[in-house]
Design a protein around this ligand. Structure first.
Ligand SMILES: Cc1cc2nc3c(=O)[nH]c(=O)nc-3n(C[C@H](O)[C@H](O)[C@H](O)COP(=O)(O)OP(=O)(O)OC[C@H]3O[C@@H](n4cnc5c(N)ncnc54)[C@H](O)[C@@H]3O)c2cc1C
Length: 393
């Protein structure tokens, strides 16, 4: 097992590290100020300026294949880049990525949806969750009824990231109610690519985070048969493909934030004096730092192992679920400890800790809650699909 990075990999990571330090972190105060005024922290034009700057140095479409103008990097590199980006809470993303399932599109759909999404001229959103179907995604009720050559979609989707900004949606609807009732989801659900101007509407849902997902309403939205992504009835597998693809990237981003928060905590502990000594001298504080450092190291290996398994073409689902679960639980413990190290200042809005505290809470909920990850992990073990000996056997 080679645990080293090649020179090229080191260079790529160093470039992102420097970019984050020089271009992204200096925006942090402005982001906090705007958010506290109830405005968008990183305005769209500022985001684009940063993305263009990164693109000038070739940083565009980390996981996007080179034939589509991307970098076509490995999952491991994508994880390392995400960790670096996560060191700042500024909601910056490199441009040039598109939803993995859009690569299943036919040629015409690729021109209409995939390439513009990569270029950033069109914005997508992914909609499976409904008011009555979250963890249990098989319980969706949004329907698509065939009418001549068209399909007519009715239903409501909720908590859709980017749903207010998107100009098209990848929406999952029941196209065979009989099979759906029998639980044959693999044959009953279809994915449609639907432009906003075909008639769906959205409204923002306020959350404890700094950005709101949206509820989407479909009322007799008529779409042509050319809107079907993949095959009629085969949409559920696409939904699982979308959710499963980058599960290791969510904890990777959180990991970068945790590194930064522990660095902040140590700096604070060295300088904050109580009872005549820096609090860094106290065992209670040292243990919080030590436990956090161990959690970070364990999370790093879970994330990198999951990414490595993706690159090897192995079935990485167990590893990805483990990384997502561990990241959700432990990133929340770390932000809580580092807020505690800062005492009253940690609770204020002068420091970004309370922001991280609110943001990281989401990691335990979306793209599979903690409980659902545990369910997946246990089922894989109990059914013999995975072993407690791990991927090395
Ligand atoms: C900010 C945000 C962004 C989101 N973005 C998107 C998006 O872009 N697209 C999209 O389609 N969805 C999105 N979601 C939806 C998200 O994936 C769901 O909220 C999540 O899957 C949980 O579903 P739920 O909220 O219906 O909770 P429920 O499924 O109702 O769960 C409630 C509680 O019960 C637990 N639970 C459920 N089933 C079991 C079980 N079998 N065993 C033990 N415990 C169980 C859950 O873990 C949870 O604690 C987003 C959600 C949020 C909050």
């Amino acid at each position: 097992m080679d645990l080293n990075l090649t020179d090229d990999e080191r260079d790529i990571r160093q470039w992102v590290r420097t970019f984050v330090e020089k271009e992204v972190m200096p925006l942090e105060q402005d982001v906090l100020t705007r958010e506290r005024r109830g405005e968008r922290g990183l305005p769209a034009d500022e985001h684009k300026r940063l993305q263009d700057l990164a693109r000038e140095s070739g940083f565009f479409g980390v996981l996007t294949p080179e034939e589509y103008g991307g970098m076509g990097l490995s999952a491991l590199m994508a994880a390392l880049i995400e960790i670096e980006l996560g060191r700042s809470f500024v909601p910056f993303r490199l441009a040039g990525d598109a939803d993995n399932i859009l690569y299943n599109a036919n040629d015409a759909q690729k021109e209409e949806y995939l390439r513009p999404t990569i270029e950033g001229t069109r914005k997508s959103c992914f909609a499976i969750t409904e008011p009555g179907a979250g963890s249990d995604a098989r319980a969706i009720r949004t329907s698509a009824r065939q009418d001549g050559d068209d399909w007519v979609i009715n239903g409501e989707k909720t908590f859709i990231t980017g749903g207010n900004e998107a100009d098209f949606v990848m929406v999952f609807a029941v196209t065979d109610p009989e099979k759906h009732k029998e639980g044959r989801t693999g044959e009953s659900v279809t994915c449609f690519l639907v432009d906003r101007d075909m008639g769906w509407t959205s409204h923002q849902i306020d959350t404890m985070g700094e950005w709101g997902p949206a509820a989407l309403t479909f009322e007799d939205v008529r779409v042509p048969s050319s809107a079907v992504l993949g095959e009629v009835g085969k949409g559920f597998a696409l939904a699982m493909q979308w959710i499963g693809k980058g599960r290791y990237l969510l904890p990777a981003r959180a990991l970068g934030g945790c590194e930064r928060m522990v660095e902040m905590g140590m700096e604070w502990a060295r300088n904050r004096v109580t009872f005549g000594e820096p609090i860094a001298e106290r065992q209670a504080i040292q243990w919080m730092i030590a436990d956090s450092a161990v959690d970070i190291e364990a999370l790093r290996w879970l994330v990198l192992s999951a990414a490595w398994q993706v690159d090897q073409g192995q079935d990485s689902r167990q590893a990805q679920s483990m990384a997502k679960l561990y990241g959700g639980v432990h990133a929340n413990e770390i932000v809580d400890r580092m807020l505690q190290v800062h005492g009253g200042m940690g609770y204020t809005r002068e420091l970004p800790l309370e922001r991280w505290y609110r943001e990281l809470r989401l990691l335990r909920i979306y793209e599979g809650t903690d409980e659902i990850q545990r369910r997946t992990i246990a089922r894989n073990l109990l059914k013999g699909h995975a072993s407690v000996r791990g991927h090395l056997g």
